[in-house]
Write a protein that binds this ligand. Structure first.
Ligand code: UDP
Length: 487
């Protein structure tokens, strides 16, 4: 089995958030950071998860740690190692916490040995680095088995779960029952929504911290119209001419980036023009994102001529690039078959776009351009953990139409920051929402403006930093003595 990996994280000044947060909130953040730095007294805050790239956790950790390090707090990131059997099993737990059966294999005592053996090997490595008094944030089920080791090592341990199900069922029970003995060793547990706290966890030790986005990442950074156009024309998503803009963006580390790869697109005839209103959904090719429902609802609505001559653009990653998601290729090819079955006149208005994945930041810049250019961003998920694509679109001031599931219902209040679909399977209702926003641009614009404000207020990285800092402070005040060195 390979060794644990330490991910090298950059440093990024939090100062860039001062203007967005306003002086008062920025000062509050800095005061709390000073307090935590004093309490830690040189001790380290470790993060432990199971992957350095790909997936929302890695995407969020990277900027967060860079900001924390700029506050002179030694935050580090370790990635566990495991064998195939282990990861197959933890993926099964992942599915179960979403309420799904995954590969249908067992989650019971017979698996505990496989799980614990890998945890033990990782613990052995981890706790030669981690010292008593350090704080360790463990992420997701793959790391929960390290909690008893953390307790024995005398470190303060927090477990953060990034997944959850709106309603408990037999599958969620199996997953949580399996994890429960480890979670009892955590000093705190963190969930994205109140509803995701399972009955197996001590509520008094549970805290809610919803995810957040980084306003300055390649996916969310400001981008002027000329750049958006240059990127969308170059990648082939929108018809030329590209205009005077350059297809440039700023990378995470501040260095310049340029979009150099094109999108792989299934469409009929010419690309939409720059003036064509686009209805856009960005998602992994996953059945729970209900691409088929979006396409068929749009086709029904368009039926020869869409309101405002709009087109639908369904966007996802290049499926051959995502080796650990075999389902992606399958879903995309089902979509292609369904697309070919659309009537000729409607097929014309539907574009299936696969984005290059070779460079994650380039991919993010293309997503950024697409979300900014969209007339409406939709997310008709059947289930959703949090729904970061909704947050991303809202930050760009776009009106969103999304299912009332998972964290989406926390982010969007119906008719305030977007339109919600009570029943995610309701295609007619969805089509009606699309028509309404395409025809009432004033209302769409109001929704978009309120959406950006909502994200600024609640879903940017500094808010999560404050909440994590409060968790560490509270543990310290409860006598966990964060940072206290043993005699
Ligand atoms: N995403 C991306 N490129 C793609 C498709 C998706 O960068 O081609 C990103 C998207 O912008 C978002 C994340 O993948 O940041 C998906 O997160 P979300 O919470 O919406 O769904 P999940 O994939 O976690 O179920």
């Amino acid at each position: 089995m390979p060794h644990m990996e330490e991910v090298q994280v950059g440093v990024q000044s939090i100062e860039r958030y001062r203007e967005l947060l306003g002086d008062e909130r920025f000062r509050e953040l800095m005061t709390l950071a000073d307090d935590i730095r004093r309490r830690l007294d040189g001790r380290v805050v470790w993060n432990v998860n199971s992957t350095a790239r790909g997936g929302g956790v890695a995407e969020m950790l990277r900027p967060m740690l860079a900001y924390v390090r700029s506050m002179e707090i030694d935050a580090r990131w370790m990635v566990i190692s495991g064998n195939e059997e282990f990861f197959r099993f933890t993926k099964r737990i992942h599915h179960s916490l979403h309420g799904a059966s995954g590969d249908g294999g067992p989650i019971d005592e017979s698996r505990r040995q496989i799980y614990e053996r890998v945890m033990e090997q990782n613990a052995h490595e981890l706790f030669t680095l981690v010292e008593p008094g350090d704080v360790v944030l463990f992420h997701d089920p793959q790391t929960a088995g390290l909690l008893p080791h953390a307790r024995r090592a005398g470190v303060t341990s927090i477990w953060r779960c990034h997944i959850g199900a709106d309603v408990a069922n037999e599958e969620t029970r199996k997953g949580w029952d399996f994890l429960a003995p480890y979670l009892r060793c955590a000093d705190r547990t963190i969930f994205s929504r109140e509803e995701y706290i399972p009955s197996q966890v001590d509520r008094k030790k549970a805290v809610i911290i919803p995810p957040a986005i980084d306003a300055f990442s390649p996916k969310n950074q400001d981008m002027d119209d000329e750049t958006v156009r240059a990127i969308l024309v170059y990648t082939g998503i929108v018809e030329g001419p590209p205009g005077p803009g350059l297809r440039l963006f700023h990378r995470e580390d501040g260095s310049p980036g340029r979009v150099d790869r094109r999108a792989d697109i299934i469409r009929m005839g010419r690309a939409p023009t720059w003036d064509t209103p686009l209805v856009v959904q960005v998602s992994r090719w996953d059945t729970l994102k209900d691409h088929l429902g979006v396409m068929e609802a749009f086709a029904e609505l368009a039926n020869g001529r869409a309101p405002a001559e709009a087109e639908l653009v369904l966007v996802g990653p290049n499926v051959h690039a995502v080796a650990d998601d075999p389902e992606g290729a399958e879903v995309l090819s089902q979509m292609e078959v369904a697309w070919r079955a659309l009537p000729h006149g409607t097929r014309n208005m539907v574009n299936l776009v696969c984005l290059p994945m070779a460079d994650a930041e380039e991919n993010a810049a293309i997503v950024n351009a697409l979300q900014r250019h969209a007339a409406i961003v939709v997310q008709k998920s059947l289930k959703e953990g949090f729904g970061l694509t909704v947050t991303e679109a809202m930050w760009k001031g776009r009106p969103v139409i999304a299912s009332k599931v998972g964290g989406i219902q926390d982010q969007v209040r119906h008719e305030q920051e977007g339109l919600l679909l009570d029943d995610p399977g309701d295609r007619d209702g969805f089509a009606e929402h699309v028509r309404r926003l395409l025809e009432d641009l004033g209302f769409a614009d109001e929704l978009g403006q309120r959406a950006r404000e909502r994200v600024r207020e609640h879903y940017l990285v500094p808010r999560t930093l404050l909440q994590y800092a409060e968790v560490i402070r509270d543990l310290d005040e409860e006598g966990k003595h964060v940072g206290e060195r043993p005699d």
